[in-house]
Design a protein around this ligand. Structure first.
Ligand code: CDP
Length: 252
């Protein structure tokens, strides 16, 4: 189907799904959802549903893969077979290996790996429902799960994509926009410092369009960062109130 036939964006700048050019899909994050993980987060981003679980720091196995000077960060991104309309063949493929690698490299930038020689920090991200932008959703959820695990780190990474559809630069491409648009630029950053930890580009943009896309995505990352922090605040304020309730019951 040609992009023009689909009309991804109209003359007024309203997109197929009713969003404005600079509007994110709705994002919800809940931290600490898995009991047996050291840290976890469940994230819904539009129609994406992603679960992140963190284990460690723990002794790295196999031993020959240990680094005596630092922890090894191992992220594993996996898309469930039922996460997309056409069943995905289970197991790793080139795409999931690529996303796992770029997640590990991005997260290494924020974790104080030198505090944990010979250890591994394992981050598992399961994509339960996918609808474009899952690598950004995965990195965003993984950051919250790491913070929930209490892993010493400098800050969290927020991640978001911008791109181009119908000749216009827009934020956070949806499924049709990703499939039939002209460019997609997923990026991740530490919003408090502006440090970029992930940057990829699919398609073509002029330098000017690229700058616009980066500005949109950087502003969105600041918004996403607030949602990440709120999830952690909710998680730990709940624990405090539960603690108080338990104490009250004991006193009675
Ligand atoms: O998800 P993300 O945008 O980070 O990565 P992508 O490789 O650009 O994939 C875009 C979308 O295509 C995914 O979010 C899925 O919805 C879909 N997809 C699929 O239907 N089957 C696959 N094997 C891989 C991706």
């Amino acid at each position: 189907m040609a992009e023009e036939e689909l009309k991804l964006i109209d003359e007024k700048g309203i997109r197929n799904d009713g969003r404005k050019f600079d509007e994110l899909r709705p994002i919800k994050i809940e931290a600490g959802v898995l009991k047996r993980a050291d840290g976890s987060a469940f994230l819904e981003w539009g129609e994406n549903k992603v679960m992140a679980a963190v284990y460690g720091p723990r002794e790295m196995h196999p031993r020959h893969a240990q680094d005596p000077s630092r922890a090894v960060v191992q992220a594993r991104y996996n898309m469930a077979a039922f996460s997309v309309p056409d069943r995905k063949r289970p197991g790793p493929d080139r795409r999931s290996v690529e996303i796992s690698k770029l997640m590990s490299e991005a997260l290494e930038e924020i974790i104080f790996v030198e505090h944990f020689p010979r250890a591994s920090i394992d981050i598992f991200v399961e994509v339960l429902e996918a609808s474009a932008g899952t690598r950004c959703a995965a990195l965003t959820a993984a950051s919250v799960a790491l913070a929930d695990a209490g892993i010493p780190m400098s800050d969290m990474i927020a991640s978001c994509a911008a791109g181009k559809i119908g000749g216009k630069v827009v934020l956070d491409l949806g499924k049709k926009e990703d499939n039939f648009g002209q460019a997609d630029v997923p990026m991740g950053m530490v919003p408090t410092t502006g440090k970029i930890t992930l940057l990829q580009m699919d398609g073509n943009l002029t330098m000017e369009e690229y700058k616009q896309a980066m500005e949109l995505a950087m502003d969105a990352c600041k918004e996403i960062y607030k949602i990440q922090r709120d999830a952690l605040k909710r998680r730990y304020s709940t624990s405090i109130s539960t603690f108080e309730e338990t104490n009250d019951m004991e006193e009675e």
